[in-house]
Design a protein around this ligand. Structure first.
Ligand code: MC0
Ligand code: CO
Length: 145
């Protein structure tokens, strides 16, 4: 099995509190404290909806991909992320099918995950992320291991 869940939907925002307003009004609550993912230049606030997170992303430095996105497109939907049990295997499989990853190797994501992004052109106009959770981590169902 390859993809097992819609892991998260990510929204770019210049301000986590402003970006949170609709989700708080919908009755959702942040999952723990905000987290800085320094490799990506983002601060993340996550809201759980069923088994899927809404991930609010605020840039933490001018060269963050989120800063570039806000500049070009303004606040809004940034990417969708799909959970896989074995990210290395999935990257190998997709590369063999011509997929265009934005980095050679997985990078650290939120909450101890490993992540990799596929080019929006390959994604037919949307940025797609693959996520692998650590074994035993909340939300990890062990599928495929
Ligand atoms: C914390 C972690 C986690 O989940 O745990 C995260 O999510 S961190 C999330 C933040 N990290 C990332 O996003 C890392 C991967 N992202 C990147 O490397 C970059 O943002 C790119 C996706 C390559 C886009 O960069 P940039 O716009 O400078 O490149 P580019 O000008 O070559 O763009 C190529 C084309 O893709 C479009 N494009 C850019 N960003 C897009 C997006 N988010 N969704 C859909 N299309 C997008 C551009 O408008 C352009 O289209 P046209 O050619 O038609 O004009
Ligand atoms: Co993400």
């Amino acid at each position: 099995m390859s993809v097992t869940h819609l892991d998260h939907v990510a929204i770019a925002t210049p301000d986590l509190d402003i970006g949170s307003t609709p989700y708080l009004a919908l009755g959702l609550h942040p999952e723990g404290p905000d987290e800085d993912v320094n490799g990506q230049g983002v601060r993340v606030r996550a809201f759980m909806v069923g088994e899927t997170l809404i991930e609010l992303l605020m840039p933490t430095r001018p060269d963050s991909p989120i800063a570039a996105y806000l500049e070009k497109r303004g606040p809004g939907l940034h990417h969708t992320a799909y959970r896989v049990a074995d990210l290395d295997a999935e990257m190998t499989r997709l590369r063999a099918e011509g997929a265009r990853f934005l980095s050679d190797a997985p990078a650290p994501g939120r909450a101890g995950t490993r992540v990799a992004f596929l080019h929006p052109k390959w994604g037919a106009g949307t940025l797609i992320e693959l996520v692998e959770h650590l074994r035993g981590q909340a939300g990890f169902d062990g599928t495929g291991v």
